[in-house]
Design a binder for this molecule. Structure first.
Ligand SMILES: Cc1ncc(COP(=O)(O)O)c(C=O)c1O
Length: 388
């Protein structure tokens, strides 16, 4: 069954408006092929950098020098100065000796996690981990247990019931569909009591958006240097494309580097993308703090505005704000209503989220204004009447 058939069968054939035909660069507005100009609450361009002129210039310069492809996987002949610089920048940013770049963070998870899992007897993961982590855990072939979302007491029980075992604990940092946070400090305390744990945090939505230097939720939680593995992406806050893996232990990092098929048996990002990513990290040094401050103000404003309404934003505390509905049809109806008002968010329905938890995911970026949020909140309040 194709993905289309599967999703439509799950939804009884409702129109989900997937794959809008976009005709402009990622920004505060998106122009569509049908002529609509929508306020864009659908991207994860948290720092508003996806169309930064210096990143475009850097990419163009790299393309002029190297073209649009590399000669092969990095292990053979595909490691240009941009790939080299990018890995150095990741390592410097997170304070490790070596960092690994991947084409996306999905590829980082399915490449790195199965190698790291060879070190352990059991994997224990948060129920709401991203699909790439589920795929990575399945690929590892290791026994695994799932604990209820953010239920650290339950996680501790599982650890205590498996004395002497080496355990890989896996969680999102900022949860991608719910917009709440993993309790990184609590995980680090568990690790302090259980040296047999390896902590693996995928912070695709936190890196760039959180932390004084943009190292994400782990940094914001005061836990840099305590988490064994951090996965990040260039594709959200940093406006480029690419994933990366930060591993505290040098020996384990070397093992992952040479054993990870998505690092060695597949091409890396093109030189243009690598150069844009290098520039994004430079911009993070120059402008990251002010962009994060702007984003934080918007997040605060949006949450305060939504809390004055009956709109159910559930547990979100971040730039990722899900509006949750019992039925997929309700979420689709609200989505259609917002699109009529030229407001665009992301529709999530099963099988991507649990049954009874379809949602419209609103994502904020530092490019938005309070007026954009006012328009969104007013439209959502009206749309709720349509959905009920
Ligand atoms: C937690 C998490 N990990 C990984 C990914 C994949 O990101 P990328 O586009 O870099 O593959 C996402 C993207 O949605 C995510 O939310």
């Amino acid at each position: 069954m194709s993905l289309y058939e599967m999703v439509n069968a799950e939804q009884g054939g409702i129109n989900l408006n997937y794959f809008p035909q976009v005709r402009s660069a990622c920004g505060r507005y998106l122009h569509l092929a049908n002529g609509d100009k929508n306020i864009n609450f659908s991207s994860c361009d948290y720092l508003g950098m996806a169309n930064h002129p210096l990143m475009k210039e850097a990419a163009i310069r790299a393309i002029e020098k190297y073209g649009t492809n590399i000669s092969g996987p990095m292990i053979f002949c595909g490691y240009t100065e941009y790939h080299e610089e990018l890995e150095k920048r990741y390592a410097e940013m997170f304070g490790v000796n070596q960092a690994l770049m991947y084409t996306t963070s999905y590829q980082a998870n399915i490449g790195a996690l199965p190698v790291i899992a060879q070190e352990v007897d059991l994997i224990v993961m948060d129920k709401l981990c991203h699909v790439s982590l589920y795929d990575a855990v399945k690929l590892s072939g290791k026994p695994f247990r799932v604990y209820q979302h953010n239920n650290i007491a339950r996680l501790a029980d599982i650890i205590n019931n498996n004395p002497g075992k080496k355990i890989l604990v896996v969680s999102d940092g900022v949860f991608s569909a719910d917009g709440d946070f993993c309790d990184v400090a609590a995980l680090c305390e568990l690790k302090a009591d259980n040296p047999n744990l390896i902590l693996y945090i995928d912070d695709a939505h936190g890196v760039g958006a959180l932390g004084a230097e943009g190292c994400g939720l782990v940094e914001a939680s005061g836990c840099l240097g305590k988490v064994d593995v951090i996965i990040g992406t260039m594709s959200k806050s940093f406006g480029s494309t690419g994933g990366f893996c930060i591993i505290k232990d040098d020996e384990l990092a070397q093992k992952v580097k040479y054993k990870s098929p998505t690092y060695n048996a597949s091409r890396a990002v093109s030189p243009g993308v690598a150069a844009a990513s290098c520039m994004a990290l430079e911009l993070n040094k120059r402008e990251g703090k002010s962009r994060r401050a702007q984003l934080a103000e918007l997040i605060d404003y949006a949450h305060r505005r939504l809390e004055q309404t009956s709109v159910n934003k559930q547990y979100s505390v971040s730039a990722v704000i899900p509006i949750i509905f019992e039925k997929a049809e309700q979420a689709a109806a609200v989505n259609a209503f917002l699109l009529q008002k030229n407001i665009m968010a992301s529709l999530f329905v099963p099988p991507y989220v649990e049954r009874n938890k379809s949602r419209l995911r609103v994502t904020l970026t530092s490019n938005h204004t309070n007026e954009d949020i006012d328009l969104l909140v007013d439209a959502l309040e009206k749309a709720m009447a349509v959905a009920s």
